[in-house]
Design a protein around this ligand. Structure first.
Ligand SMILES: C[S@@+](CC[C@H](N)C(=O)[O-])C[C@H]1O[C@@H](n2cnc3c(N)ncnc32)[C@H](O)[C@@H]1O
Length: 306
């Protein structure tokens, strides 16, 4: 699928929106950017995922990497037959359609801030006739519209970095989980850049406005140890936050650098999307420059009880 190229006037409007994006609060920024690029994401993500993927040795396609990351998150959450699942920040819902098949939960409810994502994922659920077991709603991770003890599992795949702040989501997830329920998150955080073994506070690279870390509220700029502590403070036990960055960051960047050389990719997306992806992946002020300071983690934590 390709994005229909826009008129010069519409391109101008989109570039203006983009400049507003770099000046608003991180949460509104994420929503504006995802809304603006919803069609581009649908056109380019192969399997309708919007994440960096987990690249096993020999993995050649983005979709395969995206599926592997989704599978690892489902495993960390322990999604099982008959479960009630809440997926927060579902994007285009790709992982939910997969989990419905592979893990057989009774129902998955998705919440996402971006209206176009809700529309695209809901249309797919209807067209695949699974709307009874898969429902997508517009809403915020930090104000979950569900009663206490509703779900067996809560998941969030590469989205919690945007929540304002992420710790409010931890508290909300704890509330809506049944006793014994599990929260599992695939997330991006800064690396602690201290020399191994050195004491003192973590050393983190500064956030970069206009790039991935610029779409993260400053309260979310915490390293692995703090992340685990925040989960415990929300009431969770059996907290595990493991880094998988070696199988995520570099192979993802290599994949996209190859894709940038492909003329059919350039023609399949909007001019704004292409120019922003190219700038970000090839300049030190973009994702290329910030990836060495970022970690990708899979976190899991259990609500005590039952
Ligand atoms: C990188 S995408 C990941 C989508 C999907 N989980 C996947 O892996 O394909 C991040 C998603 O988080 C959503 N999002 C950002 N902030 C949010 C918030 N506060 N509440 C709910 N969703 C949010 C965005 O709309 C976007 O769909």
């Amino acid at each position: 699928m390709s994005v229909k190229q826009k008129s010069a006037f519409q391109d101008l409007v989109d570039f203006a929106k983009w400049h507003v994006w770099t000046r608003v609060r991180p949460s509104s920024r994420a929503r504006l950017a995802y809304e603006l690029f919803a069609d581009d994401h649908e056109a380019t993500t192969e399997g309708a995922y919007i994440n960096l993927g987990y690249w096993k040795p020999g993995c050649a396609s983005l979709e395969e990497a995206n599926q592997e990351l989704a599978d690892q998150l489902a495993e960390a959450a322990g999604i099982s037959e008959g479960d009630e699942v809440l997926d927060v920040g579902f994007g285009l819902g790709a992982q939910d359609f997969r989990w419905l098949e592979t893990r057989k939960p009774a129902r998955i409810v998705g919440i996402d801030l971006t209206p176009s994502h809700v529309r695209i994922a809901s249309e797919r659920a209807e067209s695949e006739n699974v709307q009874d077991r898969l429902q997508f709603k517009e809403g915020s991770a930090t104000d979950l519209p569900f009663g206490a003890e509703t779900f067996d599992r809560v998941t969030s795949l590469e989205s919690a970095l945007h929540y304002e702040p992420r710790t409010d989501f931890f508290k909300g997830a704890f509330e809506v989980l049944k006793p014994g329920g599990v929260l599992a998150i695939g997330d991006i955080i800064p690396l602690d850049l201290r020399e191994p073994g050195s004491d003192g506070p973590p050393k983190l690279a500064p956030q970069r406005s206009g790039s991935l870390s610029g779409g993260m509220p400053v309260e979310n700029w915490v390293p692995r140890e703090t992340y685990a502590k925040q989960l415990s403070e929300a009431g969770f036990v059996d907290v595990e936050v493991k880094s998988v960055r070696d199988n995520v960051m570099d192979p993802w960047l290599d994949y996209w650098l190859r894709k940038l050389q492909d003329d059919s990719f350039r023609k399949s997306v909007s001019r704004l999307f292409y120019s922003q992806v190219k700038r970000s992946l090839t300049s030190d002020s973009g994702m290329k420059g910030e990836l060495p300071a970022l970690d990708f983690v899979i976190a899991s934590a259990r609500k005590p009880g039952a």
